[in-house]
Design a protein around this ligand. Sequence first.
Ligand SMILES: Nc1ncnc2c1ncn2[C@@H]1O[C@H](COP(=O)(O)OP(=O)(O)OP(=O)(O)O)[C@@H](O)[C@H]1O
Ligand SMILES: [Mg+2]
Length: 665
Amino acid sequence: MPDKDKVNILMVDDQPSKLLSYAAILDELGENLIQAASGREALEKLLKNHDFAVVLMDVSMPELDGFETARLIREHPRFQRTAIIFISAIHLTDLDRVKGYERGAVDYVSVPVNPELLRAKVSVFADLHRTTRQLETLNRELEQRIAERTLDLQESEAQFRTLANSIPQLAWMADRDGSILWYSDRWYEYTGLKKEETGGSSWETRVDPECRDSVLETWRASIKRGEPFEMEFRIRGADGVYRWFLTQVTPMRDSTGAIRRWFGARTNIHEQRETRRILEETQERLILAQKAANCGTFDCDARTGVNIWSQELQEMYGFAPGTFPGTYQAWLDCVLPEDRGAAEAPNKQAADTFETEYRILKRDNNQIRWMNSRGHIKRDSMGKPARFLGLNIDITRMKVAEEALQRAHDELELRVQTRTAELRIAEESLRRLSGRLMQSQDDERRRIARELHDGLGQYLVAVKMNLDVLSMTATADSRLREHLADATKQIEDAISETRTISHLLHPPLLDEIGLESALIWYAEGFAKRSGISVKVDISPSIGRLQTEVETALFRVVQECLTNVHRHSGSSTASVRLSRYNGEMRLEVSDEGKGIPEGATSSAPGVGLQGIRERVLQLRGRVEIASDSPKGTTVVVTIPDAFQSATAYGSLPREATAFASEVESR
Ligand SMILES: Nc1ncnc2c1ncn2[C@@H]1O[C@H](COP(=O)(O)OP(=O)(O)OP(=O)(O)O)[C@@H](O)[C@H]1O
Ligand SMILES: [Mg+2]
């Protein structure tokens, strides 16, 4: 047996032989055998050694007998429970035994001693003592460990509190029934509560009243089931504002699995909740906007072909919820084959924004719908398209309206063209008619001029010739001679007047010598008649023009100078005729008051209108510039006005004789 496990056995007897015999008997137990030859020595040994498993005590000893020694031993608190076995050869009555037991004996052995019995008894007490000692050691160790653990626990709790105070969450600890034991400082800061106000379940008063019942119900259910608790609800702050917190509670169990504590943490998620709420509202608004605008959004990864569509877009393409495969190809399959080129054009373009239009076949009812697709291309580092983000707008109604509009426009256009053609034909016939009218007017003027000249003029000349003959053969009758002279004068005036009227109706010079001479002749006559000085400026190389051109230009000058005389109040007028870029250009101007605004529309005369008609017949242009006080300028331009050589040479010259006659007179 190792020394540390041996127990002390004290043998007390005043007879050394007995002590020897006890030692012999007990030796084989292998314990520490300590001898004392008297009661006093026994007490000394006990006090010295402290720990004895059993004391074998001789009852009859001089000075201090066994009973007295036992009483003294028992008085000492340390030895109150030390086993004492009395051994006696003489005190063997029951009275002695009772006395012995009263002194605290555990046994009373008579002499002669049965060695086996004594050994067995001592062995029992030795073992008992050893076991007790081991138990005490164990107990001490256990207590030590408990003390250490308690210290650890206190330390870890202190650490936990320090840690819990340093985190932004509102941390707390509750006992197994959920009654709050401790809060972190953040809780007091947030709620504004004092430490003495927040024990037990006072936290409940800070929970949003709207959800307080459901929070408490869930919390109690967690406590009952011993399960973690997690819930989002609002907690009132010191400022009276309720903010969203996520409360998470975990049970802490001991080695048997029983819940010892609840550890809780409340995380402020107010901003996340608010952000989430705003996001949800924005998304809701977006969905509503998409619905209202009949449009849907897409986000397609160009490399993987993953194509994410909004609910609205799926509906627009006729996909039942959750049936759109979410790929680029699935979209392309919906596009009409003949429109796929247009639909895929953004893949090849260089710009980062796109807009295309194409038709799709709706999946649910095979309807053809027009889509306007617009969006943005995100590119990778190589500049290749990486993502297409954008939206589709259903523009079918617009397209249908557009097509109907186009049809209506085309029909209208056709009708306008038909009407224009009809109008042109009518205008053309009107122009031809007016051309013929002017032509016949000119012809008539020419005919009347000739009739006046050839008919009336000739008669008047014949009458004058007769009067001349009569005058030569006249009598001396002075009254008759006077009458003849008077008649001759009147006939001469009539001849002159007839000639003037005839020439004004159609100047023979115009046909015979040309426009230049006719204009000079006319201007001189006009100046004489009107008193307006007329300057005529004609380019030298004009030559002869086509007959109808010459007639028209002469009539234009006639009308313009008449207008100067009638309306302008100008004392001068100028006529300029020039050839410019193969065109004839006639300009008649005055320095009068100008054409009053609206004069031509309010009281339209035939003069200017006639000029326009004539010029139009010859495919020319008329420009009238009128500006008070600068006067009025009428410019007429006529293309291709010149006679070809043959035409020039082949012109009729019937009036030649008449003209030369006129000039000679
Ligand atoms: N040189 C001019 N100076 C000022 N007013 C002019 C001149 N020429 C024309 N007008 C104005 O323009 C109007 C139209 O001229 P137009 O020759 O067409 O008609 P008219 O001379 O009034 O009548 P008609 O020529 O038929 O006898 C005139 O009434 C006159 O008011
Ligand atoms: Mg006029």
